[in-house]
Design a protein around this ligand. Structure first.
Ligand code: SDX
Length: 426
């Protein structure tokens, strides 16, 4: 058997399955005809060992802490590019030239207004509604106001429809915040770039004009860039699965928003701040909290720690830790939650429980402290993650739609329930 095949022996009979190798040397066994050949299927709860697709969008090396979008390291993107350029890179495979950037920016600007009749929806949500629930509802409702974009109509459309969705998504997020605090919505401005426009829609007010600070715009661009994609994470997988049934793009993205809202996924950034506040209000007894996180009988986890792929430092956490210190120094904020986070990290990284399980800070561990310093309310943290992740979701949806081996996602199972039995009435 040569290295191009994996050999499987079942009941004394051998079967060969092709080995697939990626451009970074990752290897997979192609089992697409396993059941036809052997009658067996594989079983892999949580898809820990299962690749769902081939992709050219994002590369992660969990052991070396590498993250690249279309081959470009995120460390270079945060230093040299804007979020809008990065979104274009994820969607179209290259950074935009001047003409492409202008056309993309023009569509982002023209698409930033939300249909006026949709504004009425905000007034009907209960005051206590979580912004992620409002966001997923409003995104789904876009397909009732705007022409569908689905896998059949996407060809010439993806450039315009992705820019439209990226822009109006941001407007909906800002409007939902304003409505939640009872302030008048602030319309997008044609003269502001993407991040500055968002901050202005969030924080400007008729009685207190918002002063846009370059440092805040810069750190928001970096935050959005490092969250923009992450290969086959839970919410991106949800987008690929829902999209595989030829659901329109807006409903597909709404499913991604819902998956991201989970506390084990994008909701972790809000859970980290809640955890740090809990430690602060409980007397800052960090060791006691760590013991709870290690206790198998306690559901408590060290939020912002651990990752399915990164078994070393999440490169995004490294960037955010640095940005945290820089931003708090610039705006002159001394946030004791950062002090608690640093102490928590220091203790955990010396504790064998975390070391032996390769548990390191992930992207969510520091992001909340930065959002808080910018003035973003805690219940909007995961919305920020969604605004950033949207280009990644759309890029994966498009890659799935365009793939030659596109199929509706429909995994198998091993049935462990009752065997055939009659109706028995008690
Ligand atoms: C994101 O997938 C992505 O790419 C996601 C993301 C993206 O950009 O899309 O990176 C964004 O979702 C980051 C993760 C945010 N979530 C959190 O910070 C929540 C806290 N972390 C854990 O829930 C957990 O680490 C996960 C969900 C992130 C990963 O879970 P896995 O890979 O399924 O690992 P596991 O639950 O099997 O844990 C392995 C062991 C277990 O202990 P043992 O059974 O071996 O004794 O590690 C323990 C777990 O109990 N463990 C933790 C822990 N994370 C794992 N123990 C305490 N605190 C933690 N945070």
């Amino acid at each position: 058997m040569n290295n191009d095949y994996a050999e499987l022996t079942i009941n004394g009979k051998s079967y060969a399955f092709p080995i697939v190798e990626g451009t970074e040397g990752e290897k997979a066994i192609d089992i697409s005809d396993l059941r036809k050949k052997t009658g067996y299927i594989t079983l892999d709860p949580g898809f820990v060992n299962t690749g769902s697709c081939k992709s050219e969008i994002t590369f992660i090396d969990g052991e070396k802490g590498i993250l690249r979008y279309r081959g470009i390291p995120i460390e270079d993107l945060v230093e040299e590019c804007s979020f809008v350029e990065t979104a274009f890179l994820l969607l179209h495979g290259k950074l935009p030239d001047q003409e492409e950037y202008k056309r993309f920016s023009d569509i982002l600007n023209e698409s930033s207004l939300l249909h006026e009749n949709m504004h009425l929806f905000f007034d009907r949500f209960p005051q206590s509604s979580h912004p992620m629930h409002i966001l997923s509802t409003m995104i789904n409702a876009l397909s009732t106001f705007y022409r569908h974009v689905d896998s059949e109509s996407v060809e010439g459309d993806i450039f315009k429809s992705s820019a439209f969705l990226i822009s109006v998504f941001r407007t909906i997020a800002a409007f939902s915040y304003k409505k939640s605090i009872g302030e008048p919505i602030v319309y997008p401005r044609h003269d502001l770039p993407f991040c500055a426009n968002f901050l202005n829609m969030m924080f400007d007010s008729p009685v207190k004009p918002y002063v846009i600070r370059d440092q805040i715009v810069s750190v928001l661009n970096k935050l959005l860039i490092i969250h923009a994609d992450h290969e086959q994470n839970c919410s991106t997988t949800a987008v690929r699965v829902i999209g595989s049934a030829q659901v329109n793009l807006y409903a597909t993205i709404s499913a991604g928003v819902n998956a991201l809202s989970g506390p084990l996924h994008g909701g972790a950034n809000q859970a980290v701040i809640d955890m740090l506040m809990q430690i602060k209000n409980g007397g800052k007894d960090i060791s006691k909290f760590i013991d709870k996180a290690k206790d198998k009988d306690d559901s408590c986890k060290l939020m912002g720690f651990g990752h399915r792929v990164y078994k070393s430092f999440d490169p995004r956490a490294k960037i955010l830790k640095e940005e945290c210190h820089k931003l708090l120094n610039i705006i002159g904020v001394n946030d004791d939650l950062l002090e608690i986070a640093l102490k928590l990290e220091e203790i955990a990284l010396k504790d064998d429980y975390f070391i032996s399980r390769n548990l390191y800070p992930n992207v969510d561990f520091y992001s909340g402290i930065i959002y808080k310093a910018i003035g973003i309310p805690v219940n909007m943290f995961t919305v920020m993650f969604a605004i950033a992740r949207l280009p990644g979701w759309i890029a994966h949806w498009k890659e799935m739609v365009d793939s030659e081996d596109r199929k509706i996602a429909r995994p198998r199972q091993i049935y462990v329930g009752y065997t055939k039995r009659p109706i028995l009435r008690d």
